[in-house]
Design a protein around this ligand. Structure first.
Ligand SMILES: C[S@@+](CC[C@H](N)C(=O)[O-])C[C@H]1O[C@@H](n2cnc3c(N)ncnc32)[C@H](O)[C@@H]1O
Length: 427
């Protein structure tokens, strides 16, 4: 495989950090996303401007929104309803007017000033969210949850009739402050309690202010400065499962730019449970379980069947190692997760191939993983799987070297722990 050093160019761009300064992209921060600048660079290196692009793991829509800006149609498939809605809110930029949002924000401000009564919290099967004297821990202090539900009920009350298009926009603004006013932070694979969380409190009014401030300083500003000439890709953002949904696309695709979940046992349903449960997507464990199953196999939060996997030497040896009896793993489901991940990624690659034009390119941003001192070279393995399925791997661009846990780092060569962009071409 042709591994090329692109660290100088891509190190920052494979992260969401640059987007935090970019209008519209900055409406909600997403650690697992990449930057609009990366997408622009990849599009700009095409010989011919693509007509239609696909992102099978669309997240909060970085590829879709960048394509809109560049005048390109884009289909974006996303399994998580909160992320799909976040992508739609941004893609729908043509529908918002500065006057419309400003008027709503002023009305919200007036209504929120009057909110000081008892709040009716929803019935959530998970009891971890709300403060209760019988519990040791809770995710929201009483004043924070009151502030959050004041906002939610006013959004629902005010965004009716002609203003209904603003409801998802305002809800995304609320989503963008949820973590801050909670007692937890995103700690890689899970949510952990902040240090001194018991004494760090937001008052109900401070929660309102934070939300209004985000709208005034970020959202209204971006709507005001919007050039007005993006292609509208809103209806091409599909809430669905790429393992099936790609096959249903009728158009021929020219270009794919994507980043699938990494093989790092991160369950998005867990890491984004504040957004999913508080904003009304989930209220029962059964729904949460169903949501977990909608994602590509890449974590061990649900039982995983033992499935076959593509015949690639690096994968054969990784699985033989992980399945050998003397290897200690922190979860016995890991070998089946690795099998499932590559089994499903092969199917995604096959369906992408069936929809892509000849010589069409696919860019996959992914990182390698390590379990029990065994590096799984996900970039090389995916490239070889693609070559078994009608693609040529032009190169693997190494974007940055990534850290592994301290016990593993002495045993694992850092050159193997890469985050890369795999460049494929349909032959
Ligand atoms: C690494 S993130 C992509 C982030 C995206 N590039 C962005 O900038 O917003 C991977 C995404 O794949 C989604 N996903 C996981 N399984 C999926 C599936 N089977 N079909 C569609 N999307 C899926 C996850 O919910 C997550 O949003």
């Amino acid at each position: 495989m042709n591994l090329l050093d692109f660290e100088d160019d891509y190190k920052e761009l494979v992260t969401f950090i640059p987007n935090k300064e970019v209008p519209i992209h900055r409406w909600y921060s997403f650690v697992e996303g990449y930057s609009t600048e990366l997408v622009k660079k990849l599009i700009n290196e095409q010989r011919v401007q693509p007509r239609i692009c696909l992102d099978p793991f669309g997240g909060i829509g970085t590829t879709a929104l960048t394509c809109s800006e560049l005048g390109i149609d884009c289909i974006s498939i996303e399994a998580n309803p909160f992320f799909a809605d976040a992508a739609k809110v941004k893609a729908n930029i043509n529908s918002y007017s500065k006057e419309g949002v400003e008027e709503l924000v002023s009305r919200l401000e007036r209504e929120l000033l009057k909110c000081n009564g008892v709040v009716q919290f929803p019935e959530l099967e998970s009891i971890t969210f709300f403060e209760d004297e019988h519990k040791k821990k809770w995710i929201f202090h009483k004043s924070s949850s009151e502030g959050v539900y004041d906002i939610l009920s006013q959004i629902n009350r005010l965004c009716i009739n002609g203003s209904v298009i603003y409801r998802p926009l305002l809800t995304l603004s609320l989503a963008s402050i949820l973590l801050e006013v909670s007692n937890v932070f995103r700690n890689g694979k899970c949510l952990s309690y902040k240090r001194n969380w018991e004494s760090r409190k937001y008052s109900r009014k401070q929660v309102h202010e934070l939300f209004l401030n985000h709208l005034r300083t970020v959202v209204i500003d971006d709507i005001n400065n919007y050039s007005g000439n993006y292609v509208d890709n809103t209806n091409r953002i599909i809430l669905g499962d790429s393992r099936r949904a790609i096959a249903e696309i009728e158009e021929e695709i020219d270009l794919v730019i994507t980043s699938p979940p990494y093989l790092n046992s991160r369950d998005y349903t867990d890491v984004y449970r504040l957004e999913l449960w508080i904003l009304g997507y989930i209220s029962k464990f059964e729904t949460e379980k169903k949501q977990r199953k909608k994602g590509l196999t890449s974590h061990v939060q649900i039982p995983i069947e033992k499935v076959s996997y593509p015949d690639v030497p690096e994968l054969n040896s990784a699985i033989s190692y992980l399945e050998s009896s003397d290897v200690k793993l922190w979860n016995k489901g890991i070998p089946n997760m690795v099998r499932g991940y590559f089994n499903e990624m092969e199917k995604v690659i096959q369906s992408v191939h069936s929809r892509l034009t000849t010589n069409g390119r696919v860019y996959i941003n992914v990182s390698n993983s390590a379990y029990s001192n065994c590096v799984i070279e996900v970039d090389v393995i995916l490239a070889k799987i693609a070559e078994l399925n009608g693609f040529e791997c032009k190169e693997i661009r190494v974007a940055r070297k990534i850290n592994t846990s301290s016990q593993q780092s002495s045993l694992i060569g850092s050159e193997k722990m890469r985050e890369s962009i795999i460049v494929l071409e349909k032959v």
